[in-house]
Write a protein that binds this ligand. Structure first.
Ligand SMILES: Nc1ncnc2c1ncn2[C@@H]1O[C@H](COP(=O)(O)OP(=O)(O)O)[C@@H](O)[C@H]1O
Ligand SMILES: [Mg+2]
Length: 378
């Protein structure tokens, strides 16, 4: 998704691909296959590039330091990126900045987890600090008895992150971009709807959000980006807690274009993908104004149907204003394979925009007009 703006701006984008079959291979001219966990592969790949950046957070922090030592321009740098790689490091950084964290602790054993839950109240949320995504690595622990079941988690990784289970009204995302020179811009704060720990839908901007909370959330994201030296796009995932504390708590950080920013491809003057390239290259940032009073992004995940083109005629005819983005991935159940963006002409359109975007997404996913029951499950 960074390839179209790179082409428009005349930049050559090279991708270190995990395999021949990853989506980016089809999108860019130069995409050698290699293991991002292998330092020699990274050093070879980075030869001659102006800047090295990421579309996921899993490149080992030590390798990034080694790339820096070898003179590679790594953006964001390892000291910043570690806050998106390691949720324990991130929680400590948010505390240091005095920004709103849920109650949390590093826990090494089931006993420590039980002590944490007994102290702050059950249920609690247990997380692997590194390597998780899409809710993998997140588990709600209801009681001390339930905690006994988590022993294997501690065998796999320790310490783990324990957090209070936040009673939020909705999840929000504050998306910003920052350049190495320090220019920073924010997009409007959005409402993100997660299903089973996976982003399902985004409504931009978050409807009926209090002006104070929206401003404070945006400020918090800009401050995090500045104080942690973040470059490129950063998403701060938030829990909205009306009337409690600042009105929001910080969930986690992502330092790359993020699913909660996909709406910007069609809903903002500058998309997060273009902005990320401008930011890591230390170029002036683009305007982040929304192009419509409301934009909806609806993801579609792989289902039974393998042929995503089967219902294109139906889906595209149903809603000519919808913008469809398919990732060219092989279809596997539960895998993110595309999204639909749709703009509304007035904020009061939001329900209709949501249902039309959902109808397009589900029609493509299912290869036919979705039945009533599958729409309910969407
Ligand atoms: N402390 C918490 N309280 C309540 N829900 C939570 C908490 N932490 C995570 N969740 C839920 O789980 C989802 C995934 O957690 P997150 O830490 O963002 O993991 P991932 O790295 O997989 O995105 C969140 O979007 C939210 O819906
Ligand atoms: Mg998350």
């Amino acid at each position: 998704m960074m390839a179209p703006p790179a082409t428009a701006l005349g930049f050559e984008l090279r991708v270190l691909a995990e395999g021949e079959d990853v989506s980016a291979v089809a999108a860019v001219a130069t995409a050698p296959v290699g293991d991002y966990k292998d330092l020699d592969t990274l050093l070879e790949f980075a030869k001659g590039v102006d800047v090295l950046t990421f579309d996921h957070e899993h490149v080992p922090t030590d390798h990034l330091h080694a790339l820096l030592d070898a003179g590679v321009n790594v953006q964001p740098g390892p000291e910043s990126l570690v806050n998106a790689q390691d949720k324990l490091v991130m929680r400590a950084a948010i505390d240091r900045l005095g920004l709103p964290n849920p109650e949390w602790a590093a826990v090494n054993t089931v006993e420590e987890l039980v002590a944490f839950g007994d102290k702050i109240g059950w249920p609690v949320v247990l997380k692997t600090p590194r390597g998780g995504y899409d809710g993998k690595g997140v588990r709600i622990v209801d009681s001390p008895e339930d905690a006994a079941d988590t022993a294997s988690w501690f065998q796999a990784m320790s310490p783990l992150l324990a957090e209070a289970k936040v009673d939020f009204s909705r999840e929000l995302s504050a998306l910003v971009a920052r350049t190495p020179s320090g220019e920073a811009r924010a997009w409007p704060v959005v409402h993100t709807i997660q299903v089973d720990g996976v982003c399902d839908e985004v409504i931009a901007p978050a409807q009926n959000i209090s002006v104070e909370v929206a401003a404070a959330a945006e400020d918090a994201a800009l401050r995090i980006a500045t104080e942690l030296g973040v470059t490129g796009v950063m998403a701060a995932e938030l829990f909205e807690t009306p009337g409690v504390g600042a009105g929001f708590l910080i969930n986690e950080l992502a330092m790359r274009p993020h699913n909660t920013g996909h709406w910007t491809q069609d809903g903002s003057i500058t998309s997060q993908f273009e902005q990320h390239l401008r930011a890591v290259l230390d170029l002036p940032l683009g305007a982040t104004d929304a192009l419509a009073p409301v934009a909806v992004m609806k993801n579609f995940l792989g289902g039974e149907n393998q042929d995503l083109f089967a219902a294109f005629p139906l889906a595209l005819a149903f809603e000519p204003a919808a913008k469809v983005h398919c990732y060219g991935k092989s279809v596997r159940p539960g895998r993110k394979i595309g999204h639909v963006n749709l703009l509304g002409t007035t904020a009061s359109d939001v329900d209709s925009v949501r249902s039309r975007a959902t109808a397009v997404a589900n029609t493509i996913r299912d290869g036919r007009v979705p039945s009533e029951s599958s729409e309910e499950n969407a």
